[in-house]
Write a protein that binds this ligand. Structure first.
Ligand SMILES: [Zn+2]
Length: 112
């Protein structure tokens, strides 16, 4: 079981990461807009712009997934189930939580 103190530490990290992810999502939002055919792009060609957009969309997908994980982890702190794998009900390894406090499952369940 995690101590109250440990949980507070993870919560601080989770909130900081959530803020970061939200900022990143906002930062790339304009890249995700559809590329207008007659857009004045300077030295960029339309193909380049579309490739950038593809990358931005992919990146945003990753960020949104991360955002969901962070949100879920924070919710589990609120309801008092944080640090316990929801699948096998075992305590999560703190070494894992130190690296990824938003990890939804323990190592063995994640690997399945
Ligand atoms: Zn598990």
């Amino acid at each position: 079981m995690l101590s109250e103190h440990e949980i507070q530490q993870y919560k601080t990290i989770l909130l900081a990461r959530q803020k970061e992810v939200n900022q990143q999502i906002e930062a790339i939002a304009s890249w995700c807009e559809p590329v207008a055919p007659d857009q004045a792009l300077g030295r960029l060609t339309r193909t380049d712009a579309m490739q950038d957009q593809q990358m931005a969309l992919y990146q945003r997908q990753q960020l949104l997934r991360q955002q969901t994980r962070l949100k879920t982890a924070l919710k589990r702190i609120d309801v008092g189930t944080y640090g316990i794998c929801p699948n096998c009900k075992q305590d999560m390894d703190t070494r894992r939580l130190d690296v990824a406090p938003e990890a939804p499952l323990c190592v063995s369940c994640q690997g399945k």
